[in-house]
Design a protein. Sequence first.
Length: 216
Amino acid sequence: MFQYGYWEIVVINSLIFIIFAFSFVRPKNATDWRVFGTFSAFIVALFTEMYGFPLTIYLLSGWLSEKFPQLNLFAHDSGHLWYELLGLSGDPHTSPIHIASTLFINGGLLFLAITWMFLYRAQRKGVVAKSGPYALIRHPQYVAFIVIMFGFLLQWPTLLTLLMFPILVIMYIKLAKLEERESIKSFGEEYATYADDTGRFFPNFKKLRKKFTINS
């Protein structure tokens, strides 16, 4: 049974996530638009295969039919490829993989919203964002996007999104470095000191240990 072709759901879900992301990113230049456009393409490709047409299942149908002859390839649950490949049984929506993916996605969305509040306040005051998540890492908003995409890859892996994920990560790294150079020009020594005390995407644990040692 072909349980796809729900294009209205593809459009609605894609718009929800793209508009949500746009409200936080607010692209300002060509680089921002390129990164946002690639993220949007990731979302559209994901929901197209999730509800519209399962291109990955179609391309791998020969191998999947041979490897899993009992599998109904075009049933919607079969799109949970990690679940099928690992030979798990039961409802894929209650599997540890699906639960973990939901935590990554929802956690990433919540982290993005929290991050934006601190960044917005700093931008309104024209100062360096140093509070909240920014007290530990310099680019928590990009970490949030990466976590969200990773969650979707756990939940519904596709060939296109697996290909696009590392490209987006590289783009975020390059954009983060560009923003840091621009921030040093704008804030000078203040940002340079802040950058020395924090990590780009992960906390600077060496600095944190030193700070806690001094305070104690």
